[in-house]
Design a protein. Structure first.
Length: 606
């Protein structure tokens, strides 16, 4: 008589271990079928003896433990991860202020305008200006997307030569491919002509350029008949990827797909630390596994494809177990004691006799070491009990499979949440659209009156009334008519010496109002935090170093802000009113004195 399965319910320990194994869904169906056939101890099993009871019992166990309890554990890990992250990044800011700072970082990191950084379009000649208007339009982009779809469909319609396609089929597909490739080359050449060195400033343009270059190399290799004979067949297959990779351009247009792809890319960046921890744990358990099971006798699953004979195979075996593939069967192979092997009609060398220092030649004569290495040792025991494999594999499953891999899920969920919440991206996109209507030549600066109207339009609120615009004044705005309470919202608006406002400064005000509203205290506190935030200061310095126009200079060198100008204007108005009041009182005093002398005195007053 032999056990039907490696798992059993012979005692409490093995029962708990079996339930833990099927909790990972490894072999739970086999255990359920064996239990359904069982009749009594030491009695021949009967097919489907108690199938309805055990089928329902095991199904309920999987439903409750795996689908609910285990997933609750996933939720706890995700919740704890987010809680620790909030605690690590928490500051004395409110949620709105923290959101505003994050938006400012995003504003300074991403390009502030379309066209790969093109500015001063009025300096372009007529041809470049017309081509720029063409390639930056939505119609041109949709046309290129259509060509990409056609090219992808044509590549998918290729038939293997073994299927015997008609001769005209391959020729037609080749001509369509050449036509699509020609369109892509024209697009690349036109954009290079328009943007010049700025062409490579955009990531999508770099992607297009390398796709075109790779496709060109691939087509050249296809037309050289002797090249595959030189051993470049694998290289040609790799080059074909450049033709297919162009379909990723669709992400630029399909917003829903772009969100998922953005979440993926954001998660990959954040997964670096988790992957490092995973590698560290694999190294730790790999070294431990080699020391424990390197000489263990091979079994049904512990074989040439999964073992711990050296560190490399140990890592491969552990990675396989990380996916849940037969980890419990490997555990049961190393759980077998000398008695278990004898009961099965086999044998293993006791661990105390497996001493390569004193018995190497004996082991070599039996082909257990050296050439023809075939380890046959029994696994080391602890106080006569073979518990080390259970401790090793159960701890590995709990720490790596359950906790660490669920931490990966937490990071991916966080990245998806951040990628899905694209409200800020829409605000920035709207900022540029509204700005471009007022600045079609992309000087990236507007008179302060236009800048105020821009802020009002994007925010949808009348932060400062356009009625305050006064073309006759130096700045184009009647500052004296602006209430101090309204001006509090413009705390950070820098104004150049020529009375213009830069796009970034105006957009920063939009983000502040959209994040915090117009409450004076929040705006003031957030402005102070932004001024002292070293990360934002570094990002702004890098932005101005990269994007500042030499003719205009760095806007940060402006010596005053709108608030300071407003305060100075209010003080001047107040002083003038006091002087006028004082003059009026002097005249009234002189008139009360009476007579021509009083009138003469009033005339003589300054």
């Amino acid at each position: 008589w032999e056990p039907v399965l490696s798992q059993s319910f012979d005692n409490l320990a093995t029962s708990v271990l079996t339930l833990f194994e099927i909790l990972t869904t490894e072999g739970w169906v086999d255990v359920m079928y064996a239990a359904a056939d069982a009749k009594a101890p030491y009695v021949q099993p009967v097919h489907n003896n108690q199938q309805w009871f055990y089928a329902i019992a095991f199904s309920l166990y999987i439903l409750v433990m795996f689908m609910f309890i285990l997933n609750l554990g996933v939720g706890v890990i995700v919740s704890k991860f987010l809680e620790l992250k909030r605690a690590a990044t928490s500051t004395m800011l409110t949620d709105g202020q923290a959101k505003m700072l994050a938006n400012l970082r995003r504003l300074c990191k991403q390009p502030t305008h379309a066209g790969c950084g093109m500015m001063h379009l009025d300096r372009l000649n007529r041809r470049r200006r017309a081509l720029y208007k063409l390639v930056s339009g939505q119609t041109f982009e949709l046309g290129i997307m259509g060509v990409i779809l056609v090219n992808t469909l044509v590549m998918a319609m290729k038939i293997s030569e073994t299927e015997g396609p008609p001769s005209w089929w391959a020729s037609s597909l080749r001509y369509v491919n050449y036509t699509c490739f020609g369109i892509f080359c024209v697009e690349c050449a036109v954009k290079l002509y328009i943007y010049r060195s700025l062409y490579f400033a955009d990531g999508w343009n770099r992607f297009d350029f390398f796709s075109v270059a790779g496709t060109l190399v691939g087509m050249a290799c296809d037309n050289i008949s002797y090249l595959p004979d030189l051993g470049f067949s694998a290289l040609l297959s790799i080059i074909q990827i450049f033709r297919i990779a162009r379909i990723f351009r669709l992400l630029k247009t399909l917003q829903g797909l772009n969100k998922v792809f953005l979440a993926l890319t954001m998660s990959l960046v954040k997964l670096v630390n988790v992957v490092l921890v995973l590698l560290l744990m694999l190294v730790l358990y790999g070294v431990l596994g080699v020391s424990l099971f390197a000489t263990a006798k091979a079994g049904e699953t512990l074989d040439d494809h999964g073992n711990f004979r050296h560190f490399g195979w140990a890592v491969v075996t552990l990675f396989r177990a990380l996916t849940g593939e037969a980890w419990n069967e490997i555990m049961h192979d190393v759980l077998k004691t000398e008695t278990d092997w004898f009961r099965a009609g086999d044998w293993c060398t006791p661990s105390e006799l497996w001493n390569t220092d004193t018995k190497y030649h004996v082991l070599q004569d039996k082909c257990l070491v050296g050439n023809g290495y075939n380890p046959n040792a029994c696994v080391q025991t602890l106080g006569g009990m073979n518990v080390l494999p259970v401790v090793f594999w159960v701890s590995y499953t709990l720490l790596i499979t359950f906790m660490l891999m669920n931490l990966v899920i937490a990071v991916i969920l966080e990245g998806y949440t951040e990628g899905k919440n694209d409200e800020e991206a829409k605000i920035l996109e709207r900022c540029f659209i509204c700005w471009e209507k007022r600045d079609p030549d992309l000087h990236l600066s507007l008179p302060i009156g236009e800048a105020i109207a821009f802020i009002n339009e994007v925010t949808g609120e009348e932060v400062l009334s356009v009625d305050h615009v006064d073309p006759s004044s130096r700045l184009g705005v009647n500052l004296a008519a602006i209430p101090l309470r309204s001006a509090a919202g413009m705390l950070d608006l820098r104004v150049r010496e020529d009375g213009t406002v830069h796009y970034v400064d105006a957009s920063k005000q939009v983000l502040r109002f959209m994040s915090l509203g117009t409450k004076h205290s929040d705006l003031k506190d957030a402005a102070q935090c932004a001024a002292t935030d070293l990360a934002i200061r570094k990002i702004e310095e890098e932005y101005w170093r990269r994007n500042t126009d030499e003719a205009q200079g760095d806007p940060t060198t402006s010596q005053w802000t709108l608030r300071e100008e407003l305060a100075a204007t209010k003080v001047q108005v107040l002083i003038r009113k006091r002087i006028q009041t004082w003059r009026k009182r002097c005249r009234e005093s002189a008139q009360l004195a009476g007579g021509p002398q009083g009138e003469a005195a009033s005339v003589a007053l300054p």
